[in-house]
Design a protein around this ligand. Structure first.
Ligand code: NAD
Length: 250
């Protein structure tokens, strides 16, 4: 039983809910009473999470519109109308400007912008009124890191979409806000394919630049999502909460 039950009898949908920030958020939502549906790319972890926590878990590539349609059909038939959509699925690749190929460009943009755009658009017929949508942007929509141009541009687009979607959905009484994590310990860094010692050097270098001198935890980010996803944040729409240890601010 959660300390709070802000999500009792609510339906929460999380893209990228089988790993990292999405999984932590799914667990916290469930603890606060939500019925949870997640999607992601990896069938093995989806099945593990479904077995362990009882979530509805569907394999989806968010850049494939038919997959998104199928996901919402399954959510509607199993759980009903949606109260919170956390559009969180995303990929991170650090690529020097001169090494950015068209294929890498397409992969990052298709996942982080196109995937998120249609995840939100196609959710709308399935949303309750007074529902909330939270989008995962990044502190990199505020500042530049060399070798991150495309990723940062996609996350700036997500920040912008939070404003535009919020305007588009006012009449439906659906609020839309963004959460912008700073560096947060999740499997995303392991996916860069760097050897362990190099990864540690990168992590140490990143940490030295964070004013609060630590990485974020998935819990730090999930706490902000749960706030944005319920009536605690009833007077916020089109806004952003940056959870970054001060990285983008100081
Ligand atoms: P993660 O790799 O642990 O999780 C990413 C999730 O997105 C996984 O569940 C994966 O299956 C899903 N996903 C990726 N591509 C997908 C696709 N095409 N279709 C469906 N699902 C897909 O990483 P994370 O750190 O938890 O990242 C979650 C979000 O937070 C991402 O949008 C990421 O850009 C953002 N973010 C992370 C950090 C960080 O430091 N970890 C910082 C800022 C922003």
């Amino acid at each position: 039983m959660g300390e709070f039950m802000r999500y009792k009898n609510k339906v929460a949908v999380i893209t990228g809910g089988n790993s990292g920030i999405g999984l932590e958020t799914a667990k916290k939502l469930s603890t606060e009473g939500a019925k949870v549906a997640i999607c992601g790319r990896d069938l093995k972890t989806l099945n593990q999470v479904a077995d362990q926590y009882g979530f509805l878990a569907i394999k989806v590539d968010v850049s494939n519109l038919l997959d998104i349609d199928n996901f919402y059909r399954e959510v509607a038939s199993s759980l009903g109308k949606i109260d919170l959509l956390f559009a969180n699925a995303g990929i991170y690749k650090s690529i020097p400007l001169l090494e950015t190929t068209e294929a890498l460009y397409d992969e990052i943009v298709d996942t982080n912008i196109k995937g998120l755009f249609f995840t939100v658009q196609k959710s709308i017929p399935h949303m309750n009124s007074d529902a909330a949508i939270v989008l995962t942007s990044s502190v990199l929509n505020h500042k530049a890191w060399a070798g991150n141009s495309i990723y940062s541009a996609t996350k700036a687009a997500v920040r912008s979409l939070a404003r535009s979607f919020a305007a588009d959905l006012l009449d439906k009484k659906i609020r839309v806000n963004a959460v912008s994590p700073g560096p947060t310990f999740t499997p995303i860094f392991g996916r860069l394919g760097l050897p362990d010692d190099e990864l540690k050097n990168v992590a140490d270098h990143i940490m030295s630049g964070i004013p609060l001198k630590r990485f974020g935890t998935t819990e730090d980010i999930a706490n902000a999502v749960l706030f944005l996803g319920c009536s605690d944040s009833a007077f916020m729409t089109g806004a952003e909460i940056v959870v970054d240890g001060g990285l983008g601010q100081i």
